[in-house]
Design a protein around this ligand. Structure first.
Ligand SMILES: NC(=O)c1ccc[n+]([C@@H]2O[C@H](COP(=O)([O-])OP(=O)(O)OC[C@H]3O[C@@H](n4cnc5c(N)ncnc54)[C@H](OP(=O)(O)O)[C@@H]3O)[C@@H](O)[C@H]2O)c1
Length: 243
């Protein structure tokens, strides 16, 4: 099985790369960090150095990839970033950076990897969003909105790729201990290790789930919160605000 993983040099992506390699899969790791990529190459993993925001570079690199591999069975599009908004000095550039990191990198990846998936007989596209998209959260004006966009994009894509028999899965994790969350200055309930998150994602992919969400202890209450009348949620959400 041939698997392409973006955001492969850190956190959840790096754990997924190591997990799939341990399962004897052929892994193509896409990332920006040359040192980690060269360490992965020494483990026999194929690597691509790429800023996924650079669409021209993406097209060129994937053309070369196609010559070498011709197809990909599973694409896990995981690259992303989080920054929190400070409403006292609302920064539109921050919002753009977060949308670039989460939505535009995903769109660029999809354009480039779809032709390779179309040549597989068991094609599966997986995108990593976040549970932050379930309900509006304090300071998540950029991150939550971008991950809502990721959810919508992937759900639409799932409808359009169904006739081609290409499966699409959305991953909505809760808190996972990675460099991305290391900077969080608030409690992270039920936070998981990245290796454990990777195992859950892998199992969900094996089961061809439409949505993989975890941990249930957080995702189920969050899904229920989304059903509350908006006014009630706004009052309740004040409790989660950092003072
Ligand atoms: N950790 C959590 O609690 C959590 C919860 C929900 C969702 N998620 C999502 O899970 C995914 C992985 O996050 P993580 O926690 O593992 O974070 P991480 O450790 O910071 O890893 C993010 C990866 O994305 C890569 N990346 C970002 N922008 C890129 C770009 N323009 N081009 C290429 N690569 C780019 C990073 O590359 P560099 O190392 O070069 O920067 C890094 O490898 C993200 O989409 C995140 O939003 C995480």
């Amino acid at each position: 099985m041939k698997i392409l993983i973006t955001g492969a040099t850190s956190g959840i992506g790096l754990s997924l790369v190591k997990l799939y390699k341990s399962l004897n899969c052929e892994v193509i790791a896409v990332g920006r960090n040359p040192q980690i990529l060269s360490e992965l190459a020494q483990l026999g993993i194929d690597t691509i150095t790429l800023d996924l925001l650079d669409l021209v570079a993406c097209r060129n690199q994937f053309k070369q990839l196609e010559q070498k591999h011709s197809f990909v069975d599973l694409a896990i599009l995981n690259a992303g970033n989080c920054e929190y908004v400070d409403c006292e000095s609302f920064d539109a550039e921050l919002v753009k950076r977060v949308f670039d990191a989460n939505v535009i990198t995903l769109a660029n990846s999809i354009e480039c990897v779809l032709p390779l998936l179309r040549k597989s007989t068991q094609a599966h596209l997986v995108g990593v969003a976040s549970m932050a998209s379930y309900v509006p959260l304090s300071r998540a004006e950029a991150y939550g909105a971008s991950k809502s966009a990721v959810n919508y994009l992937l759900e639409s894509l799932a409808i359009d790729l169904l006739p081609e028999n290409i499966a699409v899965t959305v991953v909505n994790p809760g808190f996972v201990k990675t460099p991305l969350t290391a900077k969080n200055d608030f409690p992270m309930p039920f936070a998981l290790e990245a290796d454990d998150a990777a195992k859950i994602i892998h199992q969900g992919i094996v089961n061809k789930k439409n949505e993989i969400h975890f941990p249930y202890r957080l995702s189920i209450p969050m899904k229920l919160f989304a059903l509350l009348p908006r006014g009630l949620w706004r009052k309740f959400a004040q409790k989660f605000k950092k003072v």
